[in-house]
Design a protein around this ligand. Sequence first.
Ligand code: ARG
Length: 469
Amino acid sequence: MKTGKRPPARSGRFKSGPAQIVTEFTQSVSFDRRLWVQDIVGSLAHAYMLCSIGVLTGQELVEIQDGLFKIAEEIGAGKFKWRPEMEDVHMCIEAELTRRVPAGAKLHTARSRNDQVALDMRLWVRAEIEQLRGEIRELQRALVGFAERHLDVIIPGYTHLQRAQPVPIAHHMLAYVEMLERDHGRFGDALKRVNVCPLGSGALAGTTLPINRELVARLLKFVDDRDRPRLTMNSMDAVSDRDFVVEFAAASALLGVHLSRLAEDLVLWSSSEFNFVRLPEEYTTGSSLMPQKRNPDVAELVRGKSGRLVGNLMALLTILKGLPMSYNRDLQEDKQRLFDTADTVRACVRIMAPMIEKTTVNEEACAMAAGDPQLLATDLADYLVRKGVPFREAHHVVGAAVALAEKEGKPLNALTDSEWQRLSPKFGSDVKEVFDLHQAMHRRQTPGGPGIREVRRQLKRWQTVLGAK
Ligand code: ARG
């Protein structure tokens, strides 16, 4: 951001303002102005407290409140003049207030930008987490809806990207609902540590004035579930702590990784090779060269953007590493990483929900893939186990059966009675039933498994948790 004016002399300590190039280098208002709501709300609470302890008169408080409201209105309407020579959002607002209202000069009593910025950041992250948790819920609902609509569709489940065992596509999607539930919980846990009030820590060593921290904490809703104010308990920690930003970035990075995996499944499934799903046209793009293409760019970008989230987390950790106590200007570098993480993760969660809602399933292709009898090789081993064969031996026998079928160039379920008998005398004529996919899906009864009944039970659980539409 170019600064128009020569910066003002900062205080009695300085004869001149900083060099122009320094102002440009150190300013943060070009990006931290995003904290303006939190900054004003924080100042309103602080001013109220200052009045309650007699630092401000009632009249001065009203003037400050009016002044801050007017500034808020102007910022909201895009009419406020941000001045980079004032460095940051905090100074811009305070300087403008003081220019209009002389009592503004008292607002910074017992406060430093160090505890002020810590407060603003906590307020900002708190609001962001609350919104994001709602968006995660929306995506979970979309996934549960998808699972419900396709309850009868069975696909191969994969390990090593090789066909492994059959699973309902619903079970596959509910796996992501579980991941998102943990993400939701992680943000909830982080919120508990975000929601602590640092104001009153001053620059690093509190204040000699008789402030009322509890009152400020209450006004700003930094309270526990029993309505008791929650205050940071070490002023040096409070002004230098950005753990809460790291936690937010870490939870976001992990959420991003989960979304990236989901996106990757959609990319694979929508390829001609899999052809399990068709992504909604409006969530795909064409190629500038190849007229036939319909590319899953949205899913790819979600996958790609998760890299930014991981990068932001690494950047934040690196900024903090090795900082001596307590506040250091390095901390100003936390903001762009935080804002980028918040914007990126929110956009990704937000776009996945409608895309999944409108994705259709190619039931024929799924049935064809899930009809591969080799997917039931493990069921075949279990069949022998039920007839008293030790599992290791059963595993070996079924392996031989698969090899035989491959050698004969026929599907596993097309071996003849005598071929089964030669493999093991334990194979009876009922062995054919093992290959009935419908029955196979009903045989799976374990909790957390892909059996149809269990998947239905899980869907019910999610409907209760999510209050699904
Ligand atoms: N813009 C600063 C930041 O984001 C605010 C705190 C500045 N404090 C200071 N002592 N220079 O960290």
